[in-house]
Design a protein around this ligand. Structure first.
Ligand SMILES: NC(=O)C1=CN([C@@H]2O[C@H](COP(=O)(O)OP(=O)(O)OC[C@H]3O[C@@H](n4cnc5c(N)ncnc54)[C@H](OP(=O)(O)O)[C@@H]3O)[C@@H](O)[C@H]2O)C=CC1
Ligand SMILES: CC(C)(CO)C(=O)C(=O)O
Length: 310
């Protein structure tokens, strides 16, 4: 039976895809009713969710179009941005002028970099960043299934901090979530995992588990070593051998999975390579360092994209 709640917390989710709908469902299960901000709809939408235990629940969500009247945005206190890394800047540009100054913005995506651009777009709003290893899949436009549990790290980056009330609301709703201060080391940590696994699985057309073979060991170690050096120049110290071990642990734990980048290439979609290995290369250039192995993976994946993207 569909249900609808009135949410006095005024949380909105920009990006009603797999992760956006997963976070919606987790907040909804905790008594909140976030709005979805979409490009082309303003309506009530019937949505369905298959949980990890296979149980299906249904509810009715409210959609707000990004072109709607500014008055409809003025009560939003927290905007959770769940679009792909390369969609963030445009997605936010379309609504930033309508958001109240006290609205807090949380970016939740793979890769790094968009926060540097977003920080310039803000008009006094606080900015937080997050990363999640929970997994979700779209079964259809408005039906998602959670396909894996995972942990979620969130934390303030710039401007006013997220209020205690909204922080508690997120941490209570998202299983395995924690507030991290500072947040950037957690993002670099996840970036290392994605920088090592995602492009190699896309280039060699294999699942994550295949990267446990000896032939990939040196390249994986080089990707992580370069990233650790660049992170250090950016002021974030990471433990290189612990990180390399963690990459191989994730390869083992997610062995049967095909990485998101492998799936993007297989389905002829734009990948997030620019915000993964591309970010390492960009920060290396900024610090006058070299990141040859990351650069080579970036170029190979961009060449693969060229086959189908104009
Ligand atoms: N899926 C997963 O299991 C996981 C994903 N992630 C990361 O989370 C991020 C989001 O991934 P995911 O949810 O899978 O991606 P999806 O493509 O499923 O969702 C993105 C959504 O954002 C919408 N969108 C894009 N641009 C705009 C815009 N300008 N205004 C409004 N809506 C917009 C898209 O709409 P449309 O479809 O119309 O383009 C789509 O519904 C990525 O960085 C991904 O790597 C992290 C962990 C797990
Ligand atoms: C951890 C990993 C590599 C799991 O597949 C992932 O996050 C992705 O595919 O983007």
């Amino acid at each position: 039976m569909g249900q609808q709640l009135v949410d006095e917390k005024n949380i909105a989710i920009l990006g009603a895809g797999a992760v956006g709908q997963l976070i919606y469902q987790q907040l909804f299960a905790n008594g909140h009713a976030p709005l979805f901000i979409t490009r082309d709809h303003e309506q009530q939408q019937h949505i369905a969710f298959t949980a990890l235990d296979g149980r299906v629940t249904e509810s009715t969500a409210t959609l707000l179009c990004n072109r709607s009247d500014p008055s409809l945005f003025e009560h939003i206190q927290l905007l959770i941005v769940c679009v792909k890394a390369y969609q963030i800047s445009d997605a936010l540009k379309s609504i930033i002028d309508k958001l109240p100054e006290e609205c807090h913005i949380l970016l939740l995506h793979n890769g790094m970099g968009p926060h540097l651009e977003v920080a310039k777009q803000l008009r006094g709003q606080g900015l937080s960043l997050g990363t999640t290893s929970q997994a979700a899949l779209k079964k259809s436009r408005w039906h998602i299934a959670q396909t894996g549990p995972g942990s979620t790290q969130l934390g303030d980056l710039t401007g006013p901090h997220l209020s205690r009330e909204l922080k508690a609301c997120l941490l209570n709703a998202i299983p395995g979530s924690q507030w991290c201060e500072p947040i950037l080391p957690s993002l670099w940590h996840k970036l290392a995992i994605n920088a090592a696994i995602n492009p190699l699985t896309a280039i060699h057309n294999c699942n994550n588990g295949a990267l446990a073979q000896a032939q990939y060991r040196q390249q994986i170690s080089d990707v992580v070593s370069e990233l650790v050096e660049v992170a250090s120049a950016d002021g974030v110290e990471l433990d290189k051998s612990a990180l390399i071990n963690r990459v191989f642990e994730v390869i083992e734990l997610t062995g049967a999975n095909y990485s998101s980048m492998h799936q993007d290439i297989a389905n002829k979609r734009k990948t997030e390579i620019e915000s993964i290995n591309g970010f390492v290369v960009q920060r290396a250039q900024h610090h006058k360092l070299t990141a040859k192995v990351n650069l080579s993976l970036l170029e190979q994946v961009k060449n693969m994209e060229l086959d189908y993207l104009q």
